[in-house]
Design a protein around this ligand. Structure first.
Ligand SMILES: [Zn+2]
Length: 254
C-alpha cells in the first residue's frame, strides 16, 4: 500500500535530478520536512506550472512506497505564491536564508507545525513589509527557540541577577550571558543591553504582537550578528545564504 500525504507544504529547496526530474524539499504542516521527486518537471514545466519554485505554498500530494526509495510528487497546486520576493533582492536573500535555516535545522518526518506556521508568517511578512531584515531577525530568534536552543535573555547565567550597566558578555556554549559584575571586561562577545532586551522580547511575544516591533538600526545590527553567531554555533555550519546577503551588503562581517 502506498503512503499518500496530502496537505499544505512550502517549497524550501530544489535541484535538478538527471535530464528531466527535479528533487524538491518541502516543509509540510502535517509531517515536517519531506523530499520528493517531481518526474518530468524539468522537461515539461507545464505540469507543475511554477508550483515547485522556492517559497511557494502548495497543496501537495506526495506518494511513497515503503519498498521504494524517494517519494514521488504527484501533484502540487499553488495555494499562495510570493511574486515580489524574487523582484526585491534583499527580500529574496532573507527568504533564501529563512528556507535554508529551516532545511538545516529540521530532519525529515519530524513534524513541527509551529515551524511551518513561522515560515509562512515570515514569507508573508517579507512580501508585505519593507523591513525585511527585521522580519528575518524575528524569524531567526523564534526558530532558534523552536529548535530547543532558546537562550536565557533576562538573567546572568552565573549570579542569576538581571543585568545592569551598558553591556553583558554572551556565552553561546552556555546559552546565556555573564553580567558585568561576573565578567567586567568588554571583549568580542560584548552585547548591549538594548540588543539583549529586544531579543528577549521577540522570544516571548507572539508573532502578531511583533508585527509593529520597532528597533534602532544599531540594535538591529547587533541582534542580527548575535543571532547569526548562535545559529552557526549550534548548527556547526554557516548557511550559504549569508554569503548572498553579504554580497548585497545586508550582512556585514562582524
Ligand atoms: Zn552575574
Amino acid at each position: 500500500m502506498p503512503d499518500i500525504l496530502k496537505g499544505p507544504a512550502i517549497v524550501i529547496a530544489g535541484r535538478d535530478l538527471g535530464e528531466s526530474d527535479r528533487l524538491v524539499t518541502l516543509y509540510t504542516s502535517a509531517r515536517g520536512k519531506v523530499k520528493g521527486i517531481a518526474k518530468g518537471a524539468k522537461r515539461s514545466r507545464r505540469r507543475f506550472v511554477n508550483a515547485l519554485e522556492p517559497f511557494t505554498l502548495v497543496e501537495l500530494t506526495l506518494v511513497s512506497h515503503r519498498s521504494a526509495g524517494l517519494a514521488r510528487i504527484d501533484a502540487a497546486e499553488i495555494l499562495e505564491s510570493f511574486p515580489l520576493l524574487p523582484g526585491a533582492v534583499a527580500t529574496y536573500g532573507m527568504a533564501c536564508l529563512s528556507c535554508e535555516l529551516v532545511d538545516m535545522w529540521t530532519r525529515e518526518g519530524d513534524s513541527q507545525e509551529k515551524v511551518f506556521r513561522l515560515l509562512l508568517w515570515c514569507l508573508r511578512s517579507l512580501q508585505e513589509s519593507r523591513y525585511s531584515q527585521r522580519t528575518a531577525l524575528v524569524f531567526k530568534t523564534k526558530l532558534l527557540a523552536l529548535a530547543g536552543y532558546a537562550p536565557e535573555w533576562e538573567r546572568c547565567i552565573s549570579c542569576k541577577r538581571a543585568p545592569v550597566g551598558a553591556h553583558v558578555t554572551f556565552r553561546p556554549h552556555d546559552g546565556g550571558f555573564l553580567c558585568t559584575a561576573c565578567y567586567p571586561e568588554k571583549g568580542n562577545n560584548a552585547v548591549g543591553l538594548g540588543c539583549l532586551r529586544t531579543l528577549g522580547h521577540i522570544q516571548k511575544r507572539s508573532l502578531q504582537e511583533l508585527q509593529r516591533l520597532a528597533m534602532a538600526p544599531q540594535v538591529l545590527g547587533e541582534a542580527w550578528h548575535l543571532m547569526r553567531r548562535l545559529h552557526c554555533h549550534y548548527l556547526d555550519a554557516t548557511p550559504a545564504s549569508y554569503g548572498v546577503l553579504r554580497g548585497l551588503c545586508m550582512d556585514a562581517p562582524p
